[in-house]
Design a protein around this ligand. Structure first.
Ligand SMILES: Nc1ncnc2c1ncn2[C@@H]1O[C@H](COP(=O)(O)OP(=O)(O)OP(=O)(O)O)[C@@H](O)[C@H]1O
Ligand SMILES: [Mg+2]
Length: 471
């Protein structure tokens, strides 16, 4: 149980006020009550500084959401827990966006209230033990700065509300990791989590991949096959690189989201889709909407809640912790003793721009661990002679080609540099229209996506727009 706290309780129902007040006073909390939002605001304007506000969502006069917004303007750090009803999902989501710390659904038992208060005020504040969380399957989630902790707590709250969540952020910032975190913290945690990479599967196969098919549905369909939506029943699907999904399929997906129903290709029977949909993309959304590459109606369905994951250069304070984390994880994986990070190395890492974000940092640690050459590692991070910084990471890709060929093959080769530069230029010229860039470079679209990833080429200052409220 947390220590005695000063709690402001706001609810328009006198019975509810009495009930909750009693529950709180049993634990020696000091309780101040208000029966309208206006009254609560007045109390705080007059100097009341509660450790916690318990705030009803539905009230006559200014409602819970508006009260929340105004309370947080008055005292930006005040912790607010919303008291909601079962059907208030939309409002709960809005409250999370507006910065509510948590919510609790009425009617509730004392134990539930105690847990929420403990998490808000007690030692359990971050709701998880440390900075590194093990998500299973060798995936870890590190949140070691205020911004990431805030995203983590939003993810934890939204995990319990069965709505789509859209993850935005540059390549390598951790969109997939965030999706896995949401799944793990959701009631679906013990069911399947599947990722479908909409860019990696050819357009005509993607539909059958997602929805499955009956025998004879198309040439070559010799036997029936269930799609990911069926396999993932009661679980979570991550639609990765959603911006690359063909618009016709986007329309079909929208129907599935609306009706929670779908059919296998070539079948008339309707199947129920009980699947939580998460989506991720690193495209520039306003541009994709304008160019009609991303359907607006689908976008508004998917972004019921948006998590904008910041690039690593905007959360540099995490770099030392991430270096240590990757070193510990990789040294275990490769059964090699972990290597130390010298002050010089830490300084170089702290100032480097990490255009490939956490993926690039992970690959950097991997190379350092395998080669054991600190000088070479530091050298990699130095600005190049053309003064542009090191805008790409010619690291072995995440697809697993492990560094085995010794120094020569691992060092940045002239060919890699030239290729990455040509790609960056083509992307620049086409305003990051990857289909056009591929045509310009005379390589396939898929090859281009692969190379962008391999070299960690990032879109500079392009997708810096913030769509997520509060994130
Ligand atoms: N918060 C985090 N904590 C620990 N590791 C992370 C975190 N975020 C990302 N990583 C690591 O960085 C790498 C890239 O993460 P992830 O695949 O989630 O990025 P992404 O945003 O989906 O990139 P892309 O747009 O290229 O698909 C992975 O190896 C992942 O384990
Ligand atoms: Mg990804």
């Amino acid at each position: 149980m947390s220590d005695r706290a000063k709690i402001l309780l706001v609810d328009d129902e006198p019975g509810m006020l009495r009930y909750i007040r009693t529950l709180l006073e049993v634990d020696n909390h000091t309780v101040q009550t208000a029966s309208t939002g206006e009254e609560a605001l007045e109390l705080m304007q007059n100097g009341l500084e509660p450790n916690l506000v318990l705030l009803d969502l539905l009230m006559p006069g200014i409602d819970g959401l508006e009260t929340l917004e105004r309370l947080r303007k008055l005292q930006p750090n005040v912790r607010v827990v919303m008291l909601s009803c079962v059907n208030d999902t939309k409002k709960v989501v809005q409250a999370i966006r507006l910065g509510a710390t948590d919510y609790i659904t009425k009617p509730f038992q004392k134990a539930e209230l105690d847990t929420v208060i403990d998490q808000c005020l007690g030692t359990n504040q971050q709701n998880y033990a440390g900075e590194v969380e093990d998500l299973g399957d060798e995936t870890f989630f590190v949140a070691a700065c205020a911004n990431m902790r805030k995203l983590r707590s939003q993810a934890a709250l939204v995990a319990h509300v069965d709505i789509p969540v859209l993850m935005l952020g540059e390549s390598g910032t951790g969109k997939e990791v965030m999706a896995r975190l949401i799944h793990k913290l959701s009631p679906r945690a013990h069911r399947t989590f599947l990722k479908v990479n909409c860019a990696a599967v050819p357009a005509d196969l993607l539909e059958s991949e997602l929805f499955g098919y009956e025998a004879g549905a198309f040439t070559g369909a010799t036997h029936a096959k269930p799609g990911k939506f069926e396999i993932c029943n009661k679980g979570t699907i991550l639609l990765d690189e959603i911006g690359e999904m063909p618009p016709s399929l986007q329309a079909k997906l929208l129907h599935v989201l609306q009706d929670q129903q779908f059919s296998r290709l070539g079948s008339r029977s309707v199947l129920k889709a009980d699947v939580r949909i998460l989506a991720a993309t690193n495209i520039n959304i306003p541009e994709a909407l304008a160019a009609k590459r991303l359907r607006e109606d689908l976008y508004y369905r998917l972004n019921a809640f948006t998590l904008q994951i910041p690039p690593l250069r905007e959360r540099r304070e995490e770099i030392p912790i991430l270096l240590k984390h990757f070193m510990a994880q990789l040294s275990e994986q490769y059964a090699r003793p972990p290597l130390p990070f010298s002050q010089e190395m830490l300084r170089a890492c702290a100032t480097y721009n990490w255009p490939g974000n956490l993926r690039e940092l992970g690959n950097f640690v991997k190379r350092y661990l395998v080669l054991g050459d600190e000088k070479l590692a530091i050298n990699e991070l130095q600005p190049r002679t053309d003064g542009s910084g090191a805008p790409f990471d010619p690291a072995p890709s995440r697809n697993g080609s492990e560094p085995t060929g010794g120094l020569k093959s691992l060092a940045r080769s002239a060919k890699d540099e030239a290729e990455a530069e040509a790609i960056a230029k083509a992307l620049d010229e086409t305003n990051w229209n990857r289909k056009q860039a591929a045509a310009l470079l005379q390589i396939s679209y898929k090859a281009l996506l692969y190379k962008i990833r391999q070299y960690g080429i990032a879109q500079q200052n392009k997708n810096a727009h913030k769509l997520s409220a509060g994130a």
